[in-house]
Design a protein around this ligand. Sequence first.
Ligand code: B12
Ligand code: SF4
Length: 464
Amino acid sequence: MKIRKISFIEAKSPETHIFSKFPIPRLGCLILGTILKEKGYEVKVFIEDFDSPDWTFVENSDLVCISTITSTAFRAYEIGDKLRTENIPVVMGGAHPSFLPDESLRHSDYVVRREGDITLPELLRYLESGNPPLNSIPGLSYNDKNGTITIHNPSRPLIEDLDNLPEPDLSLIPNWNLLNLYPVSTSRGCPFDCSFCSVIEMFGRKYRFESVEATLRKLRHIASISKSTIFFVDDNFTANKKRTKEILRQMIGEGIKRRWAAQARTDVAEDIELLRLMTDSGCHTLHIGFESINPKTLEVYNKKQGVEEIVNCIKVVKDFGIHLHGMFVIGADTDDLNTVQNTVDFAIESGIDTVQFLMLTPLPGTRFFFEILNSKRLLHTDWSKFDGHHTVFEPTLMSPETLHLKTLKAMAKFYSWEYIFKHLFKFDFYTMVGLFGKKAIRQALKESRGYFESIGIAIPYVNK
Ligand code: B12
Ligand code: SF4
């Protein structure tokens, strides 16, 4: 089979989330698209959250590659089903197909499990020349010729040297320069092991990072082509502080002073030199998974961080003038109604700039998923609701409706009019997040009754 044109689609969720208005592509489609472009294919990447795909290009492609997480899986399947009726081969990858490949294979021809950087080019070689044979490609799942037996080839070891990967070419996305945030990845994996997180199963607990020089090469290039805020999508940008400091020192030294944001843990507050370098190099916001202010829940999550560290982190980071986006996950078996209320009161009092109160979600591939499955507490498998904004399992100390409504109301309490007015004079990206957050929560509250009715739970009332 001759392959020339390839489309990548990052499927979108039918539901809105706090960042819906400010889409950031995941880097999967972009890295894979760049690898294939460098091999001479004509590639386009469509991020549905950002813009609707050019269906003429897609339907004239020789191969369509779809990336999906759990909440976007049904949309990915809808696209896969449609294209396969047009006899276009479909490959799926990402966090959801990696853990439920049998399900994804009902809507695609091939599933690439976990990292696709080597597996996908090998699959292309097979499709074009029959070599290497399908059964020798690690990390690949597919159905046999009759479509009766599903074959899962052994897993592929994770990539050792990230420096061998190309810089993702954002221009593969039509109108890419309209994106507010420019995603950059400098590492993969996370040394921690939180019970609800799928990153470790996907990318491993070994923290793999590219060399300082490779990161700097990317940053120099980005600085020359885009003015957008850089968002380091690494799960923990400061897991190796010595390396992070070196990157920041060089950014400052070379004058690559850009506004940037990153994900980190509370331990950033223990390193004043690091925080100083962050401020001096343009750090605007740190996204930190505080997860809970209930000490028992932090233990259940295996977060390896205490409430004192959270309190200290907020104070120290804010003293450095860095904005904080705090992420909290509510609904552990140790959480009750008071936890929800205490969490929002804490977030307001502590001065965190923006928050996400996510409902604990059993994501396929995680320890928590198996725990909920085995204890038969999963309410349904409508994956579109596995987005942290819906309760999809039976909590222990609250009803599902209580967890759902009270968490949404906690978000509404945080993004109050008082909050909006306080931030209005800045009118920056985070004011916009606040404004949009308020609107999205109101909508989510409105839809709550319909959601619970659809799963056979009647809720008596939903007030504003
Ligand atoms: C940046 C980010 C965001 C951004 C942008 C999200 C977006 N466009 O979806 C923001 C902050 C908005 C966000 C929001 C959410 N996120 Co988020 N996010 C990430 C993060 C940190 C980095 C993504 C990234 O670029 N990774 C690096 C690239 C290289 O990895 P990749 O895209 O997965 O691609 C590799 C493989 O998966 C595979 N692959 C991927 N696609 C394909 C396709 C084909 C055809 C092939 C062959 C291979 C392949 O090959 C790639 C290269 O090796 C990940 C964690 C992580 N480490 O991935 C979480 C992560 C993706 N998010 C997650 C979640 C749950 C969410 C939310 C639902 C909740 C929330 N946190 O608010 C929302 C939903 C957003 C939506 N799309 O609807 C989960 C998803 C797990 C799951 N099973 O669903 C993750 C894995 C984090 C976690 N803790 O578990 N997120
Ligand atoms: S939640 Fe964060 S710290 Fe915990 S395992 Fe996942 S990426 Fe690592």
